[in-house]
Design a protein around this ligand. Structure first.
Ligand SMILES: *Cc1c(COP(=O)(O)O)cnc(C)c1O
Length: 362
């Protein structure tokens, strides 16, 4: 059994911290992928309480869920307008972030048919080469007679490729290109920054910032002076503590062999819960540690679907017992540290969390 505790107070504090950093720019909240795996309902309500009024999701079903939770929010659809989705967007009062001339044409046609100038954002690619109008294409579009005619072009959006590397020169190039578009759409809100830009680069703030991961307790740069509070604590129940003799191995594949008489705790959490298999430890290398009763203990042997094993030989007698708890990450062990040990990012750790936790919202 594992427990996922989400500190909504810390989430709100992180929102306020980011909004303060944004200064006169607005601060939206990105809640795609079920609020990065944490639960869009409690998370979006808490963000609304903290003053957030503008939200971003990736796909229309996420937008529909969010619309039912927050009837008065401004909701943007990051993945743009899927063919045929315009009526669904209009029905949910959702603003697509239009990513191509085709999408713009489809939204324009829908607005003409409905005889209403519905709002939408236009996504301009300034260097990530993912979604968005090509830069020159965007300039031609903004200069065309139809640009501001059929729909309410309320926002121009672009996305940083290397925001988490503040020294990367691509950031400056993207800022300059984005800035140069302002005169072409003077009435639209301009938005470029994700969490990394919000935290580290004021020149990326423009009119509105769009943080996601920093709300959820991870600093994508890791060295900013801003304090982002941990939001998520994952802990697992100790199912059993056993003695293992010298020369005996632990877990599938016998990848860890006890070199001394050992005490091993078995925790009820495994890769089905989002504890990645590459966090298992061999005799040669510890990849991850957990925190039990004031002490760190290494994960040993392979990670199973529902269990991990930790070496608690060095912990004081009686500090480890059946039904006790181990922190996997949270206050004592950082989410970013676990992500680093798994050779991935906090984004993937959070969005791959399983769905059989006892979830607690504080
Ligand atoms: C996910 C996403 C964000 C939020 O990014 P974080 O790094 O989590 O702050 C902002 N903008 C776009 C376009 C995104 O896809």
């Amino acid at each position: 059994m594992a427990q996922l505790s989400v500190n909504l107070g810390a989430l709100k504090e992180n929102y306020r911290t980011l909004a303060a950093l944004a200064g006169s720019s607005q601060c939206a909240g990105v809640v795609k992928a079920d609020a990065y795996g944490l639960g869009v309902e409690p998370v979006s309500r808490a963000l609304w309480d903290a003053g957030c009024r503008i939200f971003f999701v990736a796909i229309l079903s996420e937008a529909a869920t969010l619309r039912s939770l927050l009837p008065n929010a401004e909701i943007y659809l990051l993945n743009g307008l899927i063919k045929g989705a315009a009526p669904g967007c209009a029905q949910q009062n959702v603003r697509p972030v239009l990513a191509s001339l085709e999408e713009i044409d489809e939204w324009s046609q829908f607005c003409r048919d409905m005889d209403v100038r519905l709002p939408a954002a236009v996504h301009v690619d300034t260097g990530i080469n993912r979604l968005g109008l090509e830069y020159d294409e965007a300039i031609r579009f903004f200069q065309s007679a139809s640009a501001f005619r059929d729909f309410n072009l309320c926002m121009v959006m672009s996305h940083l490729a290397c925001g988490d590397e503040p020294a990367n020169e691509l950031n400056q190039q993207q800022v300059a290109k984005f800035e140069a578009l302002r005169d072409l759409a003077p009435d639209a809100i301009f938005s470029l920054a994700n969490s990394a830009g919000t935290l580290s680069a004021p020149d990326t703030h423009f009119d509105m910032v769009r943080p996601g991961i920093a709300l959820y307790g991870s600093d994508p740069i890791g060295k900013t002076s801003t304090t982002i509070k941990p939001v998520v604590t994952l802990s697992a129940t100790i199912l059993q503590v056993r003695d293992v003799a010298v020369g005996q191995s632990v877990g599938y594949g016998s990848t860890f062999v006890c070199q001394r008489p050992s005490k091993v705790a078995i925790l009820g959490l495994g890769y089905a819960d989002g504890f990645f298999r590459n966090l298992g430890g061999s005799n040669a290398q510890t990849r991850a540690q957990v925190y039990i009763a004031g002490h760190l203990a290494p994960v040993i042997g392979r990670v199973s679907m529902d269990m991990i094993c930790v070496d608690v030989t060095d912990l004081p007698d009686n500090s480890v017992s059946r039904s006790g708890n181990a922190e996997i990450f949270g206050e004592k062990i950082s989410l970013d540290g676990v992500a680093y040990a798994s050779q991935t990012l906090s984004y993937e750790v959070l969005t791959r969390l399983g769905n059989r936790f006892n979830r607690v919202y504080r």
